[in-house]
Design a protein around this ligand. Structure first.
Ligand code: ADP
Ligand code: MG
Length: 707
């Protein structure tokens, strides 16, 4: 295909190997890449202000003539060169200054007319502009030819002007010229991949027009239309693999589990609580999926503490009852241990009936002798249910009949890892769990290859959680609250972002602070330390001591972030709270408020950036995860929020799923429609779509093929 996606930027005048090298570092290799390098923002320079009307602080566009030029040096030690330009129109004159840009002298010839754009400042009683953006009304002789090519239009004045995030070595002016050249010389060759019918249906601009308007908009309305069209295209291409993956999954044969029986009923009635209505509903959704002869791929979203574990356990029990194995994967050793202990305790609570369930724990910390035995037993089918960390993903772990996989706290695993485990079975059913809830519609489109269940209710009888903030030197106040909680027989966590202090930063480390607290303010209290560099055995011993209240305060790193469930812990102190991401803070806070008593989350922080301040304010303001997630999305933007986890999202250049949810949904509908009629994209109009997709996401076929 003779297309602009393979035509090197070096075909543009002014781009040699050196510039091409720089552009390549910004992902701009082809002319198409360049055309898809969108402005960061725009400046409205349509209105020319007469010089007599300028005021201090305004940002203005002036049309002036150069009246005089003065070049001098400062007398200070640094000896800067200063260019002073006196310019004016019929209404008045204004001085512009440039520092250390002596070469500009060559261009600033008295009599030349130019546009100036910049901020008006007051300096020594007079108004002036320092280093304003400028463009000459008429280019110099040498550039005459270029001017013709550029169809006599000004690029930096008298219009809405694009502003780019510049690759180094370019000025806004030179980059605008480059883009303009690419548009003028090559736009006619661009191929629009969006089928005409889709464009027509939504009244979308064609691609050539959109690219022209996104860079050099005729007016704000056309810019908006161009933006819509380009965002739609991006969403459309982004949704295609997701939709296709979902369609493929549905077609693959899986295991039809029997989801009821005495075993399951016995287990449910032995639980010390009744399932909430939300839990019942979600379990029904899961059961109906698992009964089907195709594999389930379901995402369970539920706020911290909403009771996801028990649901996964129920489904596991049902699977085991039917003779298959289940695997429960979690991100940390201590969480694996916790689940293992809780589940074995729950199971032993009703055993003695017709079948015994063998549960095993397998983590990186399991000693090698037991490891071999457990792996053999898994392979021989002697173990029904295995709970573990990413160790379960390793090659040596083979199952006899894996029918169900649970992935807890999925945001801690990569997409690649997530795909490994199912390959170990015959298309097992998969339940992915996360406490990072995102708005439902957004979830459907982002995790669009998964079905979605939501736990929107906390179990009854929980106390409230109060969140307060303190500065570093108010720590004692926070510790007083801790002491009060301990006096009432409760427990507390104190979290630090790092294990050890370093010379490079002034962040207190968990290890040093543990020593200090132990001998200082909490010298009369039993206090323990837990972090990721401790041996698995030590970790679990410390956790056990905390659980049975031998330890009252647990000093920790973020190892506690996910899943830990100790209902008598009612106080969470987080030091250097500015260091943590919003969902991390929310997860940490989720470690308290798990029992009937009221709890406290005490955020201690100093010197905050604006974002950190927003995060901390959001923590104080919102307690439920949905609000927190929305806020987090706003602060970080979708690319970073979802990270590289979801294919293609971080590649979105222009589409913003938050602001254009409606557009994203339309794009998804159209993607679904197209694939239903033509799954392989073989029809003439769809071949272009597929080519574009391969060019944008070279790995898309791999993604679609993943189990
Ligand atoms: P998360 O959704 O954060 O993983 P967990 O599954 O750890 O939450 O559950 C939090 C706590 O709530 C656990 O102690 C669990 O035993 C308890 N729990 C779960 N479901 C119920 C229920 N229906 N009623 C009372 N307590 C429940
Ligand atoms: Mg959990």
């Amino acid at each position: 295909m003779n297309d602009l996606s393979t035509l090197s930027v070096q075909f543009l005048k002014g781009v040699g190997p050196k510039k091409a090298g720089i552009l390549a570092r910004y992902g701009i290799c082809s002319i198409e890449d360049l055309l898809y390098f969108f402005p960061r923002r725009y400046e409205d320079r349509t209105h020319i202000t007469p010089v007599s009307e300028i005021r201090e602080g305004q940002v203005v566009l002036l049309k002036v003539k150069i009246l005089a030029l003065k070049a001098r040096r400062t007398f200070s030690a640094r000896r800067m060169s200063i260019l002073e330009l006196l310019t004016g129109d019929e209404t008045g004159a204004v001085v512009c200054v440039w520092f250390n840009q002596g070469y500009l002298k060559e261009y600033f010839k008295p009599g030349r007319e130019m546009f100036l754009y910049g901020k008006v400042e007051r300096y020594g009683g007079r108004l002036q502009m320092s280093a304003p953006d400028f463009e000459f009304l008429e280019d110099e002789q040498g550039d005459a030819e270029e001017l013709k090519n550029n169809s006599d239009e000004f690029l930096s004045a008298g219009r809405i002007v694009p502003v780019y995030s510049l690759p180094e070595g370019f000025s806004q002016r030179s980059f605008r010229k480059l883009i303009r050249r690419a548009l003028d010389e090559h736009l006619s060759k661009i191929i629009d991949c969006l089928p005409y019918l889709i464009r027509d249906k939504h009244n979308l601009l064609n691609l050539a027009k959109s690219l022209r308007e996104i860079h050099f908009p005729e007016n704000a309305d056309l810019q908006a239309q161009a933006y819509t069209r380009l965002a739609f295209e991006e969403f459309f291409l982004f949704q295609l693999p997701i939709v296709l993956r979902k369609m493929r999954k549905k077609e693959e044969p899986g295991i039809a589990h029997v989801m009821e029986g005495e075993f399951l009923t016995g287990f449910i009635s032995s639980l010390p609580f009744r399932l909430t209505a939300a839990q019942e509903k979600v379990f029904e959704e899961i059961k109906s999926d698992m009964r089907k002869p195709s594999a389930m791929h379901r995402l369970l979203q539920g706020d911290v503490g909403s009771g996801k574990t028990v649901i996964a356990t129920l489904a596991s029990i049902a699977v085991v009852q039917g003779g298959c194995q289940s695997a429960f994967v979690v991100p940390t050793e201590i969480l694996a241990k916790q689940h293992y202990e809780k589940i074995t305790a729950q199971i032993s609570g009703f055993e003695g009936q017709n079948k015994k369930i063998n549960v095993a724990l397998l983590t990186g910390g399991t000693n090698s002798k037991s490891k071999i035995k457990i792996m053999n037993d898994i392979r021989d089918g002697k173990i029904d249910m295995v709970i573990g960390t990413h160790t379960l993903f390793t090659e040596n772990v083979r199952f006899s009949k894996l029918g169900f996989v649970v992935i807890d706290e999925q945001h801690k695993f990569g997409v690649g890892q997530r795909a490994l485990l199912p390959q170990k079975g015959l298309n097992p059913d998969i339940l992915i769990m996360t406490a990072t809830p995102i708005p439902r519609t957004l979830a459907i489109t982002i995790y669009g290859d998964l079905d979605l269940s939501i736990l929107n209710e906390l179990p009854p009888g929980r106390g409230t959680i109060t969140t307060c903030t303190f500065s570093e030197n108010q720590s004692t106040k926070a510790y007083t609250i801790v002491k009060n909680q301990l006096n009432s027989g409760n427990q507390a966590y104190i979290v630090y972002p790092v294990i050890e202090e370093s010379f490079a930063s002034d962040i207190a480390g968990a290890h040093d602070m543990f020593e200090r607290l132990k001998t200082g303010i909490f010298k009369d209290v039993s206090i323990g330390l837990i972090h990721g560099r401790m041996k698995a055995k030590e970790q679990s011993e410390t956790m056990a001591k905390f659980r049975n209240k031998e330890i009252s305060i647990l000093v920790a790193t973020t190892i506690l972030e996910v899943g830990i469930d100790v209902p008598s812990a009612t106080c969470m102190v987080i030091h250097n709270a500015e260091r943590f991401g919003l969902s991390q803070l929310h997860q940490l806070r989720g470690r308290v408020g798990r029992g009937g008593n009221d709890s406290f989350c005490l955020l201690i922080s100093n010197q905050q950036t604006e974002d950190a301040q927003r995060r901390i304010e959001a923590m104080v303001k919102y307690s439920d995860g949905f609000h927190i997630a929305e806020e987090d999305l706003k602060i970080r933007g979708p690319g970073e929020f979802f990270g590289a986890r979801q294919h293609g999202l971080s590649d979105l250049k222009i589409g913003n799923p938050l602001r254009q949810l409606h557009l994203l949904k339309l794009a998804r509908e159209d993607a679904t429609l197209l694939l239903k009629n033509d799954p392989m994209c073989r029809e003439r109009t769809n071949i272009l779509v597929k080519q574009k997709l391969l060019q944008r996401f070279p790995e898309y076929e791999k993604f679609v093929a993943v189990g």
